[in-house]
Every structure is written in C-alpha cells, then in structure tokens.
Design a protein around this ligand. Structure first.
Ligand SMILES: [Zn+2]
Length: 250
C-alpha cells in the first residue's frame, strides 16, 4: 500500500447550458466531465479523476505530455441509465468505457458505494482508465491476468480528506469470489487469454487482483509498482486505442 501527497493545480471550468440546465461540464487538461448532478459533486469528482491520472504518472514514472485528446466522462444518476447507454444493455453495470479514434468515453453511475463490498461506477471508471493509461503510454503486450490485476490494484485508490492518497486498498467487492468461487489454478490464470475465463469471470478478476497485489507486497520494490513488467513486449496497436476497442467494463 502506498501513500502519496501532492498539490494539484486544477483549473476547473464549470458550465451549464441554458437549454439543458441540469447538465454541467467540468474540464481539466486531460478530462471533460459532464453531469446532471450537483456542481459540488461534479467538481469533486473531476478533481479526484485528475489526481488519479497524476497517481498513475507518479507510480509509473511517466513524464510525457498528456494526450491532446481529452477523455470524456458522463456521470449519470442511476444504474438503469448506464445500462440504457451501454450497447448491450446488460444488467448490473455501474459503468463502462468506450475507446474510439475520436477519444475515450466513460459512463458511470455517480452514486458512490455506501457499503463495504459494493462496486461503484467511479471504481469501474478508474479500472478502465488504468487500461486506457497503459494503452496510451505503455503499449506493450501484457498477460490478461496482469492487465486486469493492475487495473484492479490501482482502481482501488482512496483520496483522503487530509490530502493523502492511499493506493492499493483492498478490493472488498472481490472477497466473496476470492473465498467462495471455484479456484482457478495458477497455470490457467497465467495463461488465460480472455476466452477461457468466461464462466469463471468473477473468480478470474478476484484472483488476478489478489495475485498482482501479492507480487507487489512481497517484492517491496518501487519497481514492482510499475504498470509495466520488465519483459513486456511492444505491440503495434491497442484495443483501447483503436476503434476496435469497444470494451465492457468492470
Ligand atoms: Zn479490465
């Protein structure tokens, strides 16, 4: 678990459109966030997501310029709205991310988790943003378990009121599957390419998160916090960076 504290100089622009009076927009250098909720919640969310990007930059050591194409995020009022916007309209979806050549778009239910073990839309967005960040700035080939484990590890970041940031908080919503679902052997987990984990998807995510967290904590080295394995191979394209990248997100 890592703590970091830094100052953030955000310049938030909050606009409301007369014709759509309930929708507001807040923007930073990297994000444009729209919400029909309160201005306060919108500003606080935008500050958090911008800080989350900075957390990933600190952890990975990435010092390059941000992409000129901002990620657009829509915060909606309830899970039903997320489902209606998601192309396959599946139930129990708190958020999703869509990548296209015109940039990334995230949609999430803005209500935060109100009990332990609940997965909320903001955590889903952070998970997806880790994928986006890695594809954007570290376009290598990753094992499936590693890719999902890293996304789960960093998605569980807490922004404390004293300004500190806690990275690697336990993903409590994975605990049930970790203890109750059929165990996936380590060999199978490591070799999974995305197809074989289908029936055991929840267990796959839980074990990928647990394995990546264990590796990080056991190594104790700063390099272990990197999003990129030492033997990662470059790849020509990214499913998160191309129009092929329509991706549900968990
Ligand atoms: Zn993922």
């Amino acid at each position: 678990m890592r703590k970091a504290c830094f100052l953030s100089s955000l310049a938030l622009l909050v606009l409301s459109t007369p014709a759509l009076a309930t929708w507001r927009e807040a923007s930073t250098e990297k994000f444009i966030v729209y919400s029909d909720g309160s201005e306060k919640d919108l500003v606080e969310f935008t500050e958090r997501v911008d800080k989350f990007d900075q957390v990933l930059r600190v952890i990975t050591g990435f010092k390059g310029e941000p992409s000129p194409v901002k990620v657009r995020i829509y915060l909606v009022d309830k899970e039903q709205t997320v489902r209606e916007l998601y192309p396959w309209h599946i139930p129990n979806i708190a958020g999703f991310y869509h990548a296209s050549i015109s940039g990334g778009i995230g949609v999430a239910e803005r209500t935060r988790a109100f009990r332990a073990g609940q997965l909320d839309g903001e955590t889903v967005l952070c998970h997806e943003y880790v994928h986006h960040f890695m594809a954007q700035y570290f376009p290598y080939v990753y094992p499936h378990w590693y890719q999902e484990g890293v996304a789960e590890l960093f998605a569980n970041t807490e922004f404390l009121k004293n300004g500190h940031i806690r990275v690697g908080v336990s993903a409590k919503y994975r605990m049930w599957d970790l203890f109750n679902s059929a165990w996936i052997g380590t060999g199978r987990l490591m070799q999974d390419t995305g197809e074989s984990s289908g029936p055991n998807l929840e267990a796959f995510y839980a074990q990928s998160w647990a394995t990546r967290t264990l590796v990080l904590r056991e190594s104790g080295a700063r390099s272990a916090a990197s999003a990129v394995p030492a033997d990662a191979q470059p790849r020509g394209g990214s499913r998160y960076g191309t129009a092929e990248g329509l991706r549900l997100n968990r």
